[in-house]
Design a protein around this ligand. Structure first.
Ligand code: CTP
Length: 400
């Protein structure tokens, strides 16, 4: 996202305070962010707040302050996306009817960037037919209108009109800024640990957080793919727009994956599947007894190996992950061969900045022809994009 530029247009509603958090999140995502405000917006939040957050001067007056005489033309041409958040009923009306009577509305008239509008207002105002007709006009012109959230509003009424959470706006913006190079593809991702019950209160599992698999699902969805996320128990919220299938045990995961593999173009198995499960899962809690007890474990099915062994049923790209603590390259390369994969993403889970529960990852990508790509340490979101790039390249080659 580093090369992308976004303008946040803030208009005069109480939710203007939430725009500050949106700007912070955009800057954190390394998106170059500028802010323009209407005069009324400055009554709710000061330009200094936004200037401090985005590190750029804020334009709130057409006639004074920063910028060249041509800022009202240049800004909308230089940006990739303009987000109006919050958008008041009055501002929506001005956009719908081509009125340019201040910097923000004039800049929008000359803009070539994509535009996204986040209406936020009292429920009755939002449901007013004039407002709805104006929003319909904007949609007709290709402007993205984000539905407001429902709930208790600042005016103490209940209903639609709440500005979506800044993180939801960021999520939608990121999708609009992403290339749609995976549209038309169905991608299945597995994530998280599996949990193998011993009795109703105890289980065998592992330290997988699911972060890498969720990052893959999120990135694939933003790039236009239809995404099926088969996930063991995690503390994460599934990304919006993905089909989430929650599973517990390796057996459940196997059933879900085999059920859904048929129409998938790419399957990425980022889950840390428990290799063994207790031979017996007791219905009642096991009572404390002798000094020592032993737990008999039996082998779980290897889902990835099963997919690899039935490539005739599944012609798509098959990608595994390898969690290693030693001899990473040798072990991971052997898994590519043994499980009949197109590619494996290997990570050293003994590192604190990579592997389980970390927000960053350091991986080696090994393809079935033996090529090894040593990827530097980076956030899991970026690793996800890279894995998707490589998987898509294999898919394109297979269908050349
Ligand atoms: N995998 C699977 N089913 C299993 C075990 C693993 O589908 N029962 C998949 C994982 O999702 C991952 C890949 O196989 O994509 C490699 O998993 P990993 O735990 O690194 O290797 P294992 O095959 O389990 O071998 P080992 O534990 O001996 O390293």
């Amino acid at each position: 996202m580093e090369s992308k530029q976004v303008i946040v247009g803030v208009t005069g509603g109480i939710a203007a305070y939430k725009a500050a958090e949106l700007v912070r999140l955009l800057v954190k995502s390394e998106i170059r962010t500028r802010v323009a405000m209407t005069r009324h917006a400055t009554r709710f939040v000061t330009p200094l707040t936004f200037e401090t957050l985005c590190g750029n001067p804020v334009i709130h007056d057409m006639w004074e302050g920063e910028g060249t005489a041509m800022a009202h033309i240049d800004w909308g041409q230089e940006a990739d996306l303009i987000i109006i958040a919050p958008a008041t009923a009055n501002f929506v009306a001005k956009m719908a009817h081509g009125i340019g009577d201040d910097f923000l509305s004039t800049m929008l008239l000359a803009a070539t960037a994509r535009v996204m509008v986040c209406p936020s207002m009292n429920t009755h105002m939002y449901e007013n037919r004039a407002v709805q007709a104006n929003l319909a006009l904007l949609r007709d012109r290709g402007i993205v209108v984000m539905d407001p959230g429902k709930g208790q509003l600042a005016c103490r009424t209940e209903g639609p009109g709440r500005l979506p959470e800044p993180v939801e706006i960021l999520d939608r913006a990121a999708a609009l800024l992403s290339p749609q190079d995976l549209s038309g593809l169905t991608i299945l991702v597995t994530a998280g640990p599996t949990v193998e019950p011993i009795d109703p209160v105890r289980f065998v599992s592992n330290r997988s957080s699911g972060k890498m698999g969720y990052a893959l699902a999120d990135a694939a969805r933003k790039r236009g793919a239809a995404v099926i996320l088969v996930s063991g128990p995690t503390n994460l919220t599934p990304p919006t727009g993905v089909e989430h299938i929650g599973v517990k045990s390796a057996e459940d995961m196997r059933t879900a994956v085999l059920d859904r593999r048929k129409n998938c173009h790419i399957i990425i198995k980022a889950a840390a599947v428990a290799d063994y499960r207790p031979r017996q899962s007791r219905d009642q809690k096991i009572k404390k007894g002798p000094e020592g007890v032993s737990l008999e474990l039996v082998k779980n099915p290897d889902i990835l190996a099963e997919l690899g062994a039935s490539r005739h049923d599944y012609p798509g790209v098959l990608v595994g992950f390898a969690a290693e603590t030693e001899d990473l390259l040798e072990n991971a390369t052997e898994k590519v061969r043994a499980k009949n994969l197109d590619m494996i993403v290997a990570n050293d889970v003994t590192r604190t900045d990579a592997g389980f529960d970390s927000d960053t990852n350091k991986v080696k990508i090994i393809t079935k022809d033996g090529a090894v790509e040593d990827v530097p340490l980076m956030p899991k979101g970026k690793v996800a994009d890279l894995v998707l790039d490589r998987s898509k390249a294999i898919l394109d080659k297979n269908f050349e």
